[in-house]
Design a protein around this ligand. Structure first.
Ligand code: NAP
Length: 475
């Protein structure tokens, strides 16, 4: 944890401001004060939207936007360890995982710079119909307007990067509201953007009451797009409240993975053990439901459970910790209740199921019925279920049997089986022979069903953040 608690200001219109009120950031591991951040309210939110609108009145050419993005990627490289330690302190994410996140944020900025330089429209084949003969037509992409961005606690650096880097690539100014528990990574990015030469107003970071800041972003007509990553109820409500805006939602999942008997079962077990419990399962694509073909079930558990037991639970700031705390005690106690509900309904606790000091041990449940919370809701904790199935039809039906559809996986040696699963799994992404927690930052990433309505990844996000304008020329 950091030695002394820092005081951080808000970043609005290129200035670092105080408001006289503070939000405390406390360590999810031991409750110690990590920092105090100036608290914004509706007035600061309105000032931020004004600043963003003013900034956009003086557009930045694409090459300048790209240069700033590349510079930020470089600064993130230089300050990688500091960024990882900030993530670790405010989110309780083990340093190992925090370092991976900090490196990924560099990729997000790098790929966004590529998009800034190459963003272009299309030429329309006008003589394809009689009506178009004698005309030339093409589209150009214009920035959609001010972007309101709301981000969650679990990837406080890289998911903020996934909002602000594509927005700048697209030529949009941003008003960002990071999660109140984890504002420090976002403020670090604001510092790096300013150092990289971003003019005032293009990025504004507000920390404070979500509903108050959210209301301003919803109400102000100059905010043309809301990009939200977080929980379903908050996200869908936001969309309902802003029918005239583009509202892009990246929401939760109850990530399933199928392990066929022809797969390399030991390799699958090792990968899945790491990816069910990294950051205590608090990733939207943390492995939650493992379906193993019956013939391989015993062999899978024999390989999987020792890998789970070998995970080191402890202080996230220790270099060798694999599993740290949940974001707060309420969430830890909620997961404990879900475990108890499953146990009472006949599920078998194959590992964990209890606290180790204040921390919840990695928990594996066997024989969990499909209608239990652990099987159909998003656990967002260090827990997974392992169930046997007989046919691929049954496995696909089980995997599809929740309201979520973000990412799923299958391990198999058969190309035919893999492609069938890819076709029939109702998810935004299907990962073959790798944990479904895999994400590289240039991929299109997003869900169907209750998991969302958009794709992030700079190439996709910049398209969302721009409007196509058609130009028709009579020749
Ligand atoms: P959350 O509670 O929904 O919070 C997300 C953000 O929304 C925070 O900044 C929060 O602010 C803000 N917020 C809360 N109420 C609001 C309101 N009424 N108006 C406007 N903003 C509001 O989610 P979380 O617990 O931080 O994150 C966990 C969830 O995110 C999980 O469901 C996870 O699956 C999902 N997630 C999805 C993806 C993806 O890419 N699909 C990635 C990561 C996480 P405060 O912090 O101030 O309350």
């Amino acid at each position: 944890m950091v030695a002394t608690a820092a005081e951080k200001k808000l970043y609005v219109d290129g200035e670092w401001i105080e408001t006289g009120e503070w939000v405390e950031v406390r360590s999810p591991f031991d409750g110690s004060l990590v920092a105090r951040v100036a608290k914004a309210g509706a007035a600061e939110a309105r000032a931020a939207v004004d600043a963003a609108a003013r900034a956009m009145a003086d557009p930045l050419p694409a090459h300048k936007r790209a240069e700033i993005l590349v510079r930020v990627a470089g600064y993130l490289g230089k300050r990688h360890e500091e960024a990882a330690r900030i993530i670790c302190a405010e989110a309780g994410k083990p340093l190992k995982a925090a370092r991976v996140e900090a490196a990924r944020a560099m990729s997000t900025f790098t790929m966004a710079a590529v998009e800034a330089r190459t963003l272009a429209g299309d030429v329309i084949p006008m003589d394809g119909t009689q009506a178009g003969e004698g005309k030339l037509a093409f589209t150009v992409r214009h920035p959609i307007g001010v972007v309101g961005a709301i981000s969650p606690f679990n990837f406080p650096l890289n998911l903020v990067a996934h909002k602000i880097a594509p927005a700048l690539a697209a030529g949009c100014a941003v008003v960002l509201k990071p999660a109140s528990q984890t504002p420090l990574s976002a403020l670090l990015l604001a510092e790096l953007m300013a150092e990289a030469g971003l003019p005032p107003g293009w990025l504004n970071v507000l920390v404070g009451p979500a509903a108050e800041i959210g209301d301003v972003l919803v109400a102000d007509e100059r905010v043309k797009l809301l990009t939200f990553t977080g929980s379903g109820p908050v996200g869908w409500k936001l969309r309902e409240r802003a029918p005239r805006k583009r509202v892009n939602l990246e929401l939760g999942n109850a990530t399933p993975v199928i392990v066929e008997a022809d797969a390399d079962v030991a390799a699958a077990a090792a990968k899945l053990a790491g990816n069910a419990f990294s950051f205590a399962g608090q990733s939207c694509i943390s492995v939650q439901r493992i379906y193993v073909q019956r013939a391989a079930y015993d062999a899978f558990l024999a390989a999987f459970l020792p890998c789970v037991e070998a995970l080191k639970v402890g202080d996230p700031a220790d270099d060798d910790t694999d599993v740290g705390p949940l974001i707060d005690r309420a969430n830890r106690d909620r997961v404990l209740e879900w475990i108890e509900e499953a146990r009472a309904a006949g599920a078998e606790i194959l590992a964990g199921g209890a606290l180790d000091g204040e921390l919840l041990r990695p928990t594996v449940l066997g024989n969990a019925a499909p209608d239990l919370k652990v099987s159909c809701d998003e656990v967002f904790g260090p827990l997974c279920t392992v169930s046997a199935y007989d046919s691929l039809d049954e496995a696909i039906a089980l995997a599809n049997g929740t309201r979520f559809g973000l990412q799923a996986g299958i391990f198999t040696a058969s190309l035919k089986t893999a492609l069938r699963a890819a076709n029939e799994l109702e998810f935004g992404g299907v990962v073959v022979n790798e944990a479904p927690t895999f994400r590289a930052d240039q991929m299109p990433y997003g869900g169907v069903k209750d998991s969302g309505n958009t794709r992030e990844g700079p190439a996709w996000a910049v398209r969302e953040m721009t409007e196509e304008r058609l130009v028709v020329v009579q020749l």
